[in-house]
Design a protein around this ligand. Structure first.
Ligand code: AMP
Length: 499
């Protein structure tokens, strides 16, 4: 069947605030916040704001991966590691203050989020004319392309896709972030492999929300917009509506609310009436239609939430639970037990390597175990979930002791649960990760002025927000020749202690 799924929606900056009214809720406005605040040791994602030319660290490639009113997104090679990344480039002169604030909002929110189905930010630069957001690169195209090629998808494929989107949205909503612009163009495949993961991109219009306080800015693309957003009184459930629209399209190949003009689409959305009458729906199961109905429920209060959606019978029927692989689980949980308190600098460097330099392949198996342990699929591991996991490979009493101990060591940001990156840091094969070659690359990334040693100033620039006194102490601990700096040999010696 051919797709009548329609045209690509325009890109974000400048086009999505469909009535150009700023948000008038009473939360604090997004000012130009210095993002370094967050790039401290306690925070797992180390993102630096860098002032100056991005081209000293990255080679920007042509042609652009995508573009919009704000500028473009280009593929780039990170010079010191040869890692490929994506760089969103925003022309300062061509964007309004409001659009620039939206960009800063995107950076701030991406820094906070840590989920396998959400794009990861690596760095943020600005020079006189441009802002640059460096993120992981997705090479498999977007869900829009997939739909354009295939028309509609089997229920199994559609369910695998929805499970990933809902898992990320469940995580966002628990973190009190609403995306507000979910659509197939913002769902990218990590690679072109058959089972490649989806990643949600474009958090430019997302927002931190306060439970029970309504939002009022009209944002999004009409095809996916929830009726309550048109009335300017809505909450995070608007994302579930968009998920319902996406699923409808996945199953039949065309949108539930469609017309020739934007105005007519909005009219249809505001009534919320759609049907399963056409031929494309004949073969679709009752459970699938019921699930679409629950997400396209007109009343947000009666609409299911992301957690309930993940537990829906249709999702359960058409997706495979993550397989329990005993040997791998035992190995991973043993690694976690061995994860002992490191010296601050070792720990920071280790996190830096995991976040910036570990490959997707190195993390792939850990992701499977993480998903297996994360039974409520909120993108984090609670004590109870970890206890269930450990109880599968050891006696319950031992498991309880282990889990208490592990939580103290691994939950570095004291969130009461273990985040995805915390889990990867604690369980990854350290020997493989800390190869001599990778340590050398890390050392040269830290040694900005290429002097052959790392100074306190260089450390401060990378892990900003840490008091000078602490760095002095850290450097003293490993500076065997007492020159106040860390040489490559001293750096190797320090990191060797991690094994
Ligand atoms: P955005 O402004 O974030 O919506 O991005 C515009 C377009 O650039 C997207 O529709 C994608 O085609 C492409 N793009 C954005 N981020 C990435 C990424 N991380 N990897 C690959 N392509 C991307």
């Amino acid at each position: 069947m051919g797709s009548c799924y329609g045209k690509r929606s325009q890109s974000d900056y400048g086009t999505q605030n469909i009535d150009n009214q700023p948000e008038t809720d009473n939360s604090s406005p997004q000012k130009f916040q210095h993002i370094d605040e967050q790039a401290c040791l306690g925070n797992l994602i180390i993102t630096n704001e860098k002032v100056g030319l991005i081209t000293k660290d990255y080679t920007l490639l042509n042609p652009p991966l995508g573009s919009g009113a704000y500028g473009e997104v280009r593929k780039a090679i990170h010079k010191s590691t040869n890692m490929m990344r994506a760089v969103k480039i925003i022309h300062k002169a061509q964007t309004s203050m409001e659009e620039q604030e939206r960009l800063m909002n995107e950076v701030k929110i991406l820094q906070k989020l840590d989920h396998p189905n959400i794009i990861k930010i690596h760095e943020f630069y600005q020079d006189e004319s441009f802002f640059y957001i460096v993120t992981e690169l997705c090479t498999g195209g977007d869900l829009f392309d997939k739909l354009s090629q295939e028309g509609s998808l089997s229920e199994k494929k559609a369910a695998e896709i929805m499970k990933q989107i809902l898992s990320a949205i469940n995580y966002c909503h628990n973190e009190k972030i609403v995306h507000r612009d979910l659509k197939p163009e913002n769902l990218l495949y990590e690679s072109d492999k058959e089972n490649s993961m989806l990643k949600i991109i474009d958090f430019g219009t997302s927002k931190e929300f306060v439970p029970k306080q309504k939002l009022n800015q009209k944002l999004g693309i009409t095809t996916y917009i929830a009726p309550e957003v048109l009335k300017r009184k809505y909450d995070e459930k608007c994302d579930i509506w968009s998920c319902g629209v996406i699923l409808y399209i996945l199953l039949c190949g065309y949108p539930p609310f469609d017309a020739r003009s934007e105005g007519r689409i909005m009219e249809k959305v505001s009534k919320g009436v759609y049907s399963f009458d056409s031929q494309e729906w004949e073969e679709v199961t009752k459970e699938a239609k019921e699930f679409v109905r629950k997400m396209l429920q007109f009343e947000p209060n009666k609409r299911i939430n992301a957690q309930q959606a993940l537990n829906d019978p249709w999702i359960k029927r058409f997706t495979n639970p993550t397989e329990f692989d005993r040997p791998l689980m035992t190995e991973v949980l043993t690694n976690m037990r061995k994860f002992t308190k490191q010296q601050k600098l070792q720990e920071a460097v280790f996190k830096f390597i995991v976040v910036q330099l570990a490959t997707k392949e190195e993390k792939a198996e850990l992701l499977k175990i993480f998903q297996c342990l994360d039974t409520n699929q909120d993108g984090k591991l609670s004590k109870q979930e970890l206890l269930v996991g450990y109880s599968k490979v050891m006696k319950p009493i031992e498991a309880a002791e282990e889990v208490n101990c592990i939580f103290q060591q691994v939950d570095k940001n004291n969130s009461g649960s273990i985040d995805y990156t915390e889990f990867v840091v604690a369980t990854i094969d350290r020997q493989q990760l800390l190869s001599k070659q990778r340590l050398q690359v890390t050392f040269h990334m830290f040694d900005k002025d290429k002097s052959g040693s790392i100074t306190i100033d260089e450390l401060k620039e990378i892990f900003s927000g840490i008091p000078e006194e602490m760095w002095k102490q850290v450097v003293q601990d490993f500076d065997s020749n007492s020159d106040g700096q860390i040489s490559l040999e001293e750096f190797f010696a320090m990191m060797k202690k991690i094994d």
